[in-house]
Design a protein around this ligand. Structure first.
Ligand SMILES: Nc1ncnc2c1ncn2[C@@H]1O[C@H](COP(=O)(O)OP(=O)(O)OP(=O)(O)O)[C@@H](O)[C@H]1O
Ligand SMILES: [Mg+2]
Length: 318
């Protein structure tokens, strides 16, 4: 069973204007609402591939209700902890020339009792064989060691942990002992270099071999797989058996937002189906390329993923 966790979900409100005018009244057109959150994106990808997952997280107020309804509409089972504070709404305004302006709220304050309810819920899902995906930013008031603590608790209870976050939250989680550290991570290039404190120009000059070496040092800490996504440059997969690289598939790009979440969803689905490692990586390449062809964070269809799968090239380089 796969459980996705979004601690800081949002209602994504998208609207159009002809031109965005600061210091003036902007009349929004074509307002649409969608369920936002990286864990929800992962669940949507799994669903599209024919798998199942339970989306867990915090939701509150009318916006929280709307969020749960939108998640259900995607065919995803959810099990959110209801919180007193209202789920945030993030506004994205698209002008006629395509310029995107975003207004993101910080997310609700989580009370101690609400946090304990989430921990209990997750520990009840943490039976052996289950995979828990922890994705995205943390809501205000939760400490930077939140993912570190969750990973330790889940792994000790027998679950596998997939962590997709960045900055201090990632750094803390990777300080854990081998039996508590996340099993799988999917940094993008920027997040990996940020973790290693590489100054921008030094990081920019890193070759694929050097990037793979950085990933290997993480394998040395007890992580089982590092999937390094590099946008249009493709991806590198590093585990105890070696290093694979795959170029990005040539697709008509509409939106790359959430491509990484599709990669994560495809990987955990592949693991759950018991696919050989190279096939899991190939599925991740096809799913993430497919995700670039859809609007916003919508996942690609299974049919498109299957077509792209035939074009995937995976090379073992070490
Ligand atoms: N322009 C592109 N063309 C083809 N495939 C792409 C393109 N951009 C991204 N991808 C695919 O998606 C994968 C993930 O992309 P990326 O590295 O941008 O993830 P990310 O930054 O974690 O994204 P997000 O956090 O928004 O989900 C890449 O490894 C690649 O397989
Ligand atoms: Mg990402």
């Amino acid at each position: 069973m796969i459980i996705t966790v979004t601690l800081n979900p949002a209602l994504d409100k998208t609207a159009r204007v002809d031109v965005l005018r600061p210091n003036a009244l902007n009349r929004l057109q074509g307002v649409t609402l969608d369920a936002g959150g990286k864990g929800v994106n992962v669940s949507a990808m799994i669903r599209s591939l024919g798998g199942e997952s339970v989306a867990v997280g915090f939701s509150g107020g009318g916006a929280g209700e709307e969020l749960r309804a939108l998640v259900a509409k995607k065919g995803i089972t959810s099990d959110f902890v209801r919180v007193a504070a209202v789920t945030r709404t993030n506004l994205k305004v698209v002008a006629d020339d395509g310029a995107l302006t975003e207004f993101n709220e910080p997310g609700p304050e989580i009370r101690d009792a609400e946090w304990r309810e989430l921990e209990q819920k997750l520990s009840s899902y943490a039976a052996g064989g289950n995979t828990v995906v922890l994705s995205g930013s943390l809501p205000a008031g939760l400490g930077k060691d939140t993912y570190k603590k969750l990973s330790a608790m889940l792994r000790r209870a027998g679950a596998s942990v997939f962590l997709d976050t960045d900055g201090e939250a990632l750094k803390r989680a990777l300080e854990s002992a081998p039996e508590e550290i996340p099993d799988y991570i999917k940094p993008n290039r920027y997040e990996l270099l940020q973790y290693f404190g590489m100054p921008d120009d030094k990081g920019a000059a890193c070759t694929e071999t050097e990037l793979a070496e950085l990933c290997r040092t993480l394998i040395g800490k007890g992580i089982k797989l590092v999937s390094l996504s590099m946008g249009e440059a493709g991806a590198i997969f590093v585990n105890g058996n070696g290093v694979w690289r795959a170029p990005a598939l040539p697709v008509q790009v509409r939106s790359t937002v959430g491509a990484g979440d599709s990669m994560t969803g495809a990987l955990v689905h592949g693991f759950e189906q018991g696919l050989p490692e190279e096939q899991c990586f190939a599925l991740a390449m096809a799913a993430s390329a497919g995700a670039c062809t859809t609007e916003g964070t919508n996942p690609p269809s299974r049919a498109l993923v299957d077509t792209l799968l035939t074009q995937t090239r995976m090379e073992k380089i070490a």
